[in-house]
Design a protein around this ligand. Structure first.
Ligand SMILES: *[C@@H]1O[C@H](CO)[C@@H](O)[C@H](O)[C@H]1NC(C)=O
Ligand SMILES: *[C@@H]1O[C@H](CO)[C@@H](O)[C@H](O)[C@H]1NC(C)=O
Length: 308
């Protein structure tokens, strides 16, 4: 396989995913500024998230399942160049991130992620045997704030990294564990199956991101996600559902099929509750390391406030 092409596909794949969420963040940024200034307004944060999730759910209708088209329009865009089949299962082709990405994420413990994966698999496996990548249940995470990302890299020395980690640790002392509920499952046009969550109690993501921004003044001004979003990726669909189970000849049929699938996932998972009590400062040495089991270094911090 052509190595440089593979690298280009991998970047394109991650860029597409980030771009779609980034656009949503931009579209939402006017209203988010309003609510950020009134940051104690829990109802508003919740409404802001609901509106955002509505828009994310419409993405599939508006753009269709783009992840199916890649394999068709051009061989060079095939997602099979990013994932490969190794020992009978899908494995990612990893690409070094230079400089490494430095991400702050909330971690969802396996106490919650394993039951979620167990609910997803019986619904998805019959259709997507070798064309699905499940998020590692030990690495379920909610992206909060990047000290450096691949769109605006902020190189750092080892000392600067230690200082960032210390500043993040100080922030986590002030944050309270989040009790959260799964609001809905969404499939993006790029094939990413996301869990979109609401906050029942604890520190709101808007507050968490604002505190991290203050603690990390060198961080890219433009972040990858909306200030209110609380989402975790469950799986990535990499191709067509099995031909034997369904024949989907046009985009309308495909969208209809995927809506049905997402409805079934929602019936199983909507309303699922969890508690988040750790924030991780992660250096990702490979592109999308947290998503693709790449090389990374995590520093784990307990959310220190035990108010709730
Ligand atoms: C922001 O808040 C002001 C005053 O509450 C309101 O008039 C305005 O419409 C809001 N802007 C947006 C974009 O929501
Ligand atoms: C999932 O992540 C854990 C923690 O990083 C790791 O030990 C494990 O090997 C990963 N599983 C796979 C299948 O890569």
């Amino acid at each position: 396989m052509n190595r440089s092409k593979t690298v280009a596909f991998l970047w394109l794949f991650s860029a597409l995913f980030f771009y779609s969420l980034f656009q949503m963040a931009l579209r939402n940024s006017d209203s988010s500024h309003n609510y950020t200034s009134a940051s104690d307004s829990t109802v508003s944060n919740k409404e802001q998230r609901s509106a955002l999730y509505d828009r994310m759910a419409r993405d599939l209708d508006q753009h269709g399942p783009l992840f199916l088209k890649h394999g068709h329009t051009s061989q060079s865009l095939s997602l099979s160049d990013i994932f490969t089949i190794k020992d009978g299962s899908v494995a990612p082709i990893l690409k070094a991130a230079n400089p490494p990405v430095r991400a702050n994420v909330l971690h969802l413990s396996t106490q919650y992620s394993v039951p979620i994966t167990e609910a997803l698999k019986p619904i998805l496996d019959p259709y997507f045997d070798k064309v699905i990548w499940f998020q590692n249940s030990s690495l379920y995470h909610f992206s909060m704030f990047h000290a450096s990302h691949h769109i605006s890299p902020v190189p750092a020395t080892q000392d600067e990294i230690e200082a960032e980690a210390a500043a993040v640790r100080a922030v986590t002392q002030e944050l309270c564990p989040l009790k959260i509920v799964l609001d809905r499952v969404v499939l993006t046009s790029t094939g990413v199956l996301l869990g979109c969550w609401q906050v029942i109690s604890g520190s709101d993501p808007i507050t968490i991101r604002a505190k991290l921004r203050t603690a990390l003044p060198r961080a890219p001004e433009k972040q990858l996600y909306d200030a209110a979003i609380l989402h975790t990726s469950f799986a990535r669909l990499l191709g067509h559902p099995k031909a034997s189970s369904t024949v989907l000849s046009n985009t309308g049929d495909q969208v209809h099929f995927f809506h049905g699938l997402v409805d079934r996932l929602n019936n199983e998972l909507r309303g699922f509750e969890a508690v988040v009590s750790e924030l991780w400062y992660v250096e990702e040495f490979d592109v999308l390391a947290l998503a693709l089991n790449g090389r990374m270094k995590m520093r784990r911090f307990q959310l220190g406030c035990s108010r709730n």
